[in-house]
Write a protein of this length. Structure first.
Length: 152
């Protein structure tokens, strides 16, 4: 049994589990955001969180693949495809109003990409698109600077 696999490692774990029949499953941390451990997985920018200190106003961990309202985030979509529960494709994009901006670091958060294509004040800005081959030769794509790869 795996334990607390980082979102970034979901695909690697799935490939390992397929090759190693003694592995029967894995826990992801965190499947759903939760109250407590404030900001442990938050991905915030300076214009929103000038003092990234967990003080007044912080309530959740910010590390869930599903947010507190039950909405799946880009990481949830990636995980479904990486663990072969869905074929995709899904599109999740990092907000273009923060392209290249520094953010709060967290090993518990792979990306802040979300299944959205529109941000107020960013009309006319372009998001990049790229592709690469997975180890098995499949073509993987990402749209925007999301880091969310899916099979083509």
């Amino acid at each position: 049994m795996g334990s607390e696999t980082f979102c970034n490692d979901a695909y690697k774990f799935r490939e390992l589990a397929k090759a190693e029949p003694r592995l029967v499953g894995d826990f992801v941390w965190a499947g759903m955001d939760y109250l407590g451990e404030v900001m442990v997985g938050s991905w915030e920018y300076e214009d929103y969180a000038k003092n990234f200190d967990g003080g007044l106003g912080w309530v959740s961990a910010g590390s869930g693949r599903i947010d507190l309202t039950g909405k799946p985030l880009g990481e949830a979509l990636y995980t479904r495809v990486a663990l072969e529960k869905d074929n995709g494709p899904y599109i999740a994009v990092c907000p273009v109003n923060h392209t290249g901006d520094r953010h709060s670091p967290s090993a518990w958060k792979m990306t802040n990409a979300m299944p959205s294509w529109s941000w107020t004040g960013c009309e006319g800005q372009e998001a990049c698109s790229s592709r690469r081959k997975a180890s098995g030769g499949e073509i993987l794509h990402t749209v925007g600077n999301s880091g969310i790869w899916h099979y083509a």
